[in-house]
Design a protein around this ligand. Structure first.
Ligand code: NDP
Length: 393
């Protein structure tokens, strides 16, 4: 078997660590080109040494000295900053994991795709903010994007050998997050600690809070449209508290293909790593007799206003996805910093989208990286203004 050159962007995070866990098990099959991280320098250096990476990059230039020190004598090259992330993405590789959190993951992903590298895409913000640009870049170079979000990996797997034109609808499931059973009137008082704990999945803090607010599922609705090209009317969300069925694809003959598995991201990561093969993975096997019951119910729009916003974004098109993503990221920062309440995150995003739509212009500009970057920047400024207004109201 030929050795595969791989890089992991966001190596120190939850998805990055799960990816490393899988790679370590068959390390002789891989040549690790680059690992990137942010502030967790100790983790980055330790993994770069253990995997004998050519290069380790921290996104933050002020941490370069620390990284160099941690890597001294290892032979691993140390680098820092946005430009170093792009240089790492330019290094020849066969497979790259895109698992930086937030919009910072977009530019390295685009660089990798321009070189024709297969991109395993966990960084959902890229697709939400710039789906058409990513797909067009991949089309031009012949690169492949493999979904890593568990719902999209599930849809991707259910579609193997199927005619996409025969699909009637796609259902992605949601656990309902930390507050699915809370009384509605209590939600405004949800604390950061309460929002940061997920009933079924063990994930990074930001995506865990997004699961509680359902912004995570809202982003996945947009991802489903961008990645597979289904219309908003074909995409449905169901609450499924057990998190065992990740998605279902309904076909025109009435059949549903459901994808099931334990809630462990190493399945979707492993599928993308070994695609098109299926290989043994260290994930728990389902014992359905023990599980007994699977429940499904429609999400309550009042509890999860983020979902309605996602469908509005899909119907409006243009650069609304970019605005949505930037406003969501800023609102989440605002909740984490204690500037706004849990329920105000959706208000911020809605008001930013409204203001951009009222202004017109920008929102209908062509989807280029320059336009995206500018809109993203403006949406963050607008979000900060709205958060200040909400805090002083
Ligand atoms: P984590 O917060 O656990 O990890 C994020 C990674 O990005 C870390 O390596 C972090 O470095 C790095 N990072 C943080 N800020 C920056 C920056 N400004 N520039 C470059 N790198 C940065 O996130 P997750 O692993 O949970 O999620 C990663 C992506 O995958 C997200 O887009 C998420 O939505 C998506 N995803 C995650 C799932 C999960 O189960 N966790 C499931 C499906 C999708 P450091 O920690 O060193 O500071």
């Amino acid at each position: 078997m030929a050795v595969r050159r791989i890089s992991i962007f966001g190596a120190t995070g939850s998805i990055g660590q799960s990816t490393i866990d899988l790679i370590r098990r068959n390390i002789e099959e891989y040549d690790v080109v680059a690992l990137t991280g942010g502030r967790n320098i100790a983790r980055l250096a330790e993994d770069a040494r253990a995997l004998r990476a050519d290069m380790a990059v921290t996104a933050f230039p002020e941490r370069l000295g620390e990284l160099k020190e941690a890597l001294s004598g290892s032979g691993v090259e140390a680098a820092a900053g946005e430009s170093a992330l792009l240089l790492a993405a330019d290094r020849p590789a066969d497979w790259i994991m895109s698992a930086i959190v937030g919009a910072a993951g977009l530019a390295p992903g685009l660089h990798a795709l321009r070189h024709g590298t297969t991109l395993a895409l966990a960084n959902k913000e890229s697709l939400v903010s710039a789906g058409p640009l990513l797909l067009e870049t991949a089309r031009k170079s012949g690169a492949r994007i493999l979904p890593v979000d568990s719902e999209h990996s599930a849809v991707f797997q259910a579609l193997v050998g199927e005619d996409p034109a025969a699909v009637e609808k796609v259902i992605i499931t949601a656990s309902g997050g930390a507050f699915r059973d809370w009384p509605l009137e209590k939600l405004a008082h949800a604390t950061l600690e309460q929002a940061s704990s997920h009933p079924n999945w063990d994930m990074g803090q930001r995506i865990t809070i997004d699961s509680a607010s359902m912004f995570n599922k809202a982003m996945e609705v947009i991802e489903t449209k961008e990645y597979f090209g289904f219309s908003p009317d074909q995409i449905e969300v169901l609450i499924h508290p057990q998190s065992l069925v990740h998605a279902l694809v309904g076909f025109r003959d009435g059949a549903f293909m459901a994808h099931m598995g334990a809630p462990d991201m190493r399945h979707a990561i492993g599928y993308a790593l070994h695609w098109p093969d299926r290989r043994e993975l260290p994930v728990a096997r389902l014992d359905l007799a023990r599980v007994g019951n699977l429940e499904f119910k429609a999400p309550d729009q009042a509890r999860y206003p983020a979902l309605g916003l996602a469908y509005a974004v899909l119907r409006a098109g243009g650069l609304n996805g970019t605005v949505f993503n930037a406003a969501k990221e800023r609102a989440l920062d605002g909740f984490i910093d204690g500037r706004i309440k849990f329920t105000q995150m959706a208000q911020v995003v809605e008001q930013v989208l409204d203001r951009f739509q009222q202004q017109g212009g920008h929102i209908n500009a062509a989807m280029t990286l320059d336009n995206l970057t500018q809109i993203d920047h403006l949406a963050r400024i607008q979000s900060d203004r709205i958060m200040t207004e909400l805090a002083s109201a």
